[in-house]
Design a protein around this ligand. Sequence first.
Ligand SMILES: O=P(O)(O)O[C@@H]1[C@@H](OP(=O)(O)O)[C@H](OP(=O)(O)O)[C@H](O)[C@H](OP(=O)(O)O)[C@H]1OP(=O)(O)O
Ligand SMILES: Nc1ncnc2c1ncn2[C@@H]1O[C@H](COP(=O)(O)OP(=O)(O)OP(=O)(O)O)[C@@H](O)[C@H]1O
Length: 501
Amino acid sequence: MELDKMDENDWKYHGEGNKSLVVSHVQFSRVLRLLKYPAEDSENPPQTAEQAFRQIQNIVDFSSNVMSSLLGEKFIHSGEVVKLPLEFVRQLSIKVQHQRPAWRCDKVMDIYSGCALCLPNLTSPALHQPTHTPPLCIEIKPKCGFLPSSKHVSKDIKTKVCRFCMHQHYKVANGKWKRRSLYCPLDLFSGNRQRMHFAIRHLIEEPQNNFKIFKGGQCIYSSKEGSDDSLDLNSLLHHLRPYFMYGNNRINSHMTGKAVLNDFIQVLVNALLSGGGGDGGVVMDRRGEGRSFCEASHFNRERIRHGSQGLPSDSVLFRILQTQMLDTLDIEGLHPLYRRVEQHLQDFPKERTRLQIDGPYNEAFLEKLQKCPTEDDGSVEYAVAKVHQYRVAMTAKDCSIMVALVPSTEEEEDDEGLPSQRRHRDFLSSRPPAFSYSVSILDLDPKPFDSIPRQLRLDQRIVSCYLRTGGSLPKGSLPPLPGGIFAAAEREDCTLLFHPV
Ligand SMILES: O=P(O)(O)O[C@@H]1[C@@H](OP(=O)(O)O)[C@H](OP(=O)(O)O)[C@H](O)[C@H](OP(=O)(O)O)[C@H]1OP(=O)(O)O
Ligand SMILES: Nc1ncnc2c1ncn2[C@@H]1O[C@H](COP(=O)(O)OP(=O)(O)OP(=O)(O)O)[C@@H](O)[C@H]1O
């Protein structure tokens, strides 16, 4: 990529979140992630080009020096900061504007700094050979996978119903989403295949901003944000079916929609539980049996056929969960420590640098949070270390997982020996066809120190909304019944009920 010869026609809109907009290269497996500002700041950018460069460099440093050490290098692609010609960025902003979802247009793309983060395109991984079937990439934003056990938690409900499930009620009540998702992160993080299957099924039913599917780099399945449109399961099945035709199905050229979805979910569960190599010991996580169930989950505990297996210690879910659990005090216990730091900074503003409140995110930062004493000695150092830990946990609660699945070729499947490509890849041993896969984690930005008071306010609002409504919702806010899109898959097949494997 020659930075002085950038042409907006080589790039296309790829997606966006709350604070960045992503464009992908039409030919190479690269994306550019550009910052966004509130629309009211569009005339006067809130920071200088140098500050924008520093912000993106902080993102790279935080990802490569801090998150990578906690989550595992193999999952992380930190990218590099690039300086782009301003004319290119302006033209790009005009080009992508009409593709942006209306509900994200309260923010505008940064066209002033010329700075961006250049990353590998995780939805069209380099291991894909253009002549073969395009890779399927599944993006999951799993959110928080445990119930708090801190003594500082003031509302008992927080120890019973997980944050995501309570937040769903708040989001529907406030019109962010029309329907409630029945996905529960505690099921996904359980390590129990049945519960994980159940969780993914609900992500498919109501993806919101937690689930997307890409084929060959194109998004083929996601929520139409803010819209009430029903999801097109037939179209999804049409895309997925060719990947799951094997054995007799290949000969009969028929496979039920239910079977396609079951196989798809099974392959995804395998990838999430795999360690990407290594021995991958299975461990029970620190949540303990009682703490790993959310009372709002629709999963029937009695259906568990085999006890809770726990997550393999080298799996992506295990690493994310462990990092999320650096939040040991809950926001209610953390907030007084935040206030201690804030007070200290008011008294000694120059201490901001020594305490690394806004970075640099280097080894010293990592050491500060890893060497935090277990007991509060009343010091500002203790408070800072807990705040740093909490911010890292926040990032892990808001990151996304990208699973890329590449079907093995006929030759690879038919070859009795071990083909050279296969030696260099990890293969999922579900049922045929085999998939080579890679698992990555994206969106590992540092959360600002100042975001902590907002966290406390949001926590209070979510809990009081849940308690006020008693967990009930207006009619129509549940996914369509009976059985949602899965019932549609069954109708398409005129066959049995959908059962998790
Ligand atoms: O607070 P939450 O749990 O609602 O998470 C926010 C996300 O909302 P979600 O509930 O996932 O829809 C929110 O996502 P959306 O904008 O809703 O897609 C952002 O990821 C936000 O992070 P940031 O402020 O952009 O760094 C997230 O804020 P942080 O809490 O991570 O700062
Ligand atoms: N390296 C990548 N390769 C492919 N797609 C990517 C990559 N990085 C981001 N994306 C896509 O762009 C979308 C927005 O990116 P990202 O989640 O980083 O934005 P954000 O603004 O930080 O999100 P949030 O709302 O969580 O703050 C992602 O959901 C994903 O689909």
